[in-house]
Write a protein that binds this ligand. Structure first.
Ligand code: NAD
Ligand code: IPM
Ligand code: MN
Length: 360
């Protein structure tokens, strides 16, 4: 049994809807295995702007610092997205949080959960995308938008130190060592200085992992290869923006953004866990969102921050079984009958209770 403090930042749009189901699933685990999880809610993103005038209020920061792990929904919305950097839900909220907490290793596992149903024929994938998440183009030391001599211009800079590349490369090689020992490093080293450094450092780190087979791909080619031969990929490591784009592509290969979880980690046990998808304003508030990504993120929380591997696997088994049994939200129902967000959560909780009863 374990006492574990979880900060819950449900955010905007579908965030609160999917996070609620993930919390219910964690409560089912706590009850079934005799753990004690404490959930404390905080405001992040647009909802925090409305209530506190800032996307990352001091109270939220204090909650993050006093939690063992964070469960996050999604942030953003049209009414806030064009606010200046420090005031917008993405950059001023979520990204600032990742950076302040130094959560540089963003793991985004893409696993086929609906065999035979990918829009890419024959795709059956188990890809682990490792996205660098606290530097690169997202965190330009220089970024601005100005009008000078009547000319309007704006710029961002992709910046990496060798150490920033090294630490994410080490994480990726270690993960690859523990899996199928294949690593693809993705860059744009034919053009970008930051990518040339990236590639040099990855090659240097590779010397410490002689058993891992390393491949380098330019990001444009990688985007195509993922569609042409998705099953060949195992671990992929890449820059912040490239990773953002490729993770949505992997979601497309798997069938829905609603299926892709993520973990943002650093060297200790603390982590932030969130679905890869956004606030999905087009479906928010209508019980339509797929909570699988959020629920699977809760499983990652148990695995990486709470060291509860068996419990994490129970959740993953429950989600797979529910999907395989044909209980689907609209995004993956392929025109067939669909359940809502809550209905899917109900099914996962029921399946999980069955799994727990069977191993008790
Ligand atoms: P999005 O990920 O919110 O939605 C993209 C598409 O996927 C939409 O059609 C949406 O309906 C669908 N989708 C997303 N999640 C789903 C789910 N759980 N179930 C079923 N369908 C789902 O991306 P967007 O539309 O580009 O952005 C919308 C807002 O979300 C913006 O404000 C953006 O800044 C923000 N955003 C936040 C995050 C985050 O918090 N991590 C990520 C991406 C976008
Ligand atoms: C993601 C999201 C975020 C990102 C946005 C909301 C800032 O798209 O987690 O993939 O770009 O990192
Ligand atoms: Mn994204």
């Amino acid at each position: 049994s374990r006492d574990f403090r979880i900060g819950v930042l449900a955010g905007d749009g579908v965030g609160p809807e999917v996070t609620r189901e993930a919390v219910r699933v964690l409560e089912t685990i706590a009850k079934g295995f005799g753990h004690s999880f404490t959930f404390t809610e905080g405001l992040l993103g647009g909802c925090a702007i409305e209530a506190k005038g800032t996307p990352l209020p001091a109270e939220t920061w204090e909650l993050c610092e006093s939690s063992d792990a964070l469960l996050v929904g999604s942030v953003g919305g049209e009414q806030w997205d064009s606010l200046p950097a420090d005031m917008n839900p993405g950059l001023g909220g979520l990204l600032r949080l990742r950076r302040k907490l130094d959560l540089y290793a963003n793991l985004r596992p893409g696993l086929t959960l609906l065999p035979g149903e990918s829009p890419i024929r024959g795709a059956d994938v188990d890809i682990l995308l490792v996205r660098e998440a606290t530097a690169g183009l997202y965190f330009s030391p220089e970024r601005d938008r100005v009008v000078k001599d009547g000319v309007e211009s704006a710029w961002d800079t992709m910046h990496y130190t060798a150490d920033e590349v090294r630490r994410i490369a080490v994480v990726a090689f270690e993960l690859a060592s523990a899996r199928s020992r294949r690593l693809t490093s993705v860059d744009k080293a034919n053009v970008l200085e930051a990518s040339k450094l990236w590639r040099d450092v990855v090659i240097e780190v590779a010397r410490d992992f002689p058993d891992v087979e390393l491949e380098h791909l330019y990001v444009d080619n990688c985007a195509m290869q993922l569609v042409l031969r998705p099953n060949d990929f195992d671990v992929i490591v890449t820059e912040n923006l490239f990773g953002d784009i490729l993770s949505d592509e992997i979601a497309g290969i798997i069938g829905s953004l609603g299926l892709l979880p993520s973990a943002s980690l650093r060297s200790d046990k603390f982590g932030l866990y969130e679905p890869v998808h956004g606030a999905a304003p087009d479906i928010a508030g209508r019980d339509l969102a797929n909570p699988a990504a959020a629920i699977l993120s809760a499983a990652m929380l148990l695995r990486h921050s709470a060291e509860l591997e068996d419990e994490a696997e129970c959740i993953e088994r429950a989600v797979s079984a529910v999907l395989a049994g044909g209980i689907r939200t609209a995004d993956v129902a392929r025109g067939g009958p669909a359940v809502g967000t809550v209905g899917f959560g109900d099914a996962v909780v029921a399946e999980l209770e069955g799994i727990i009863a069977s191993i008790a």
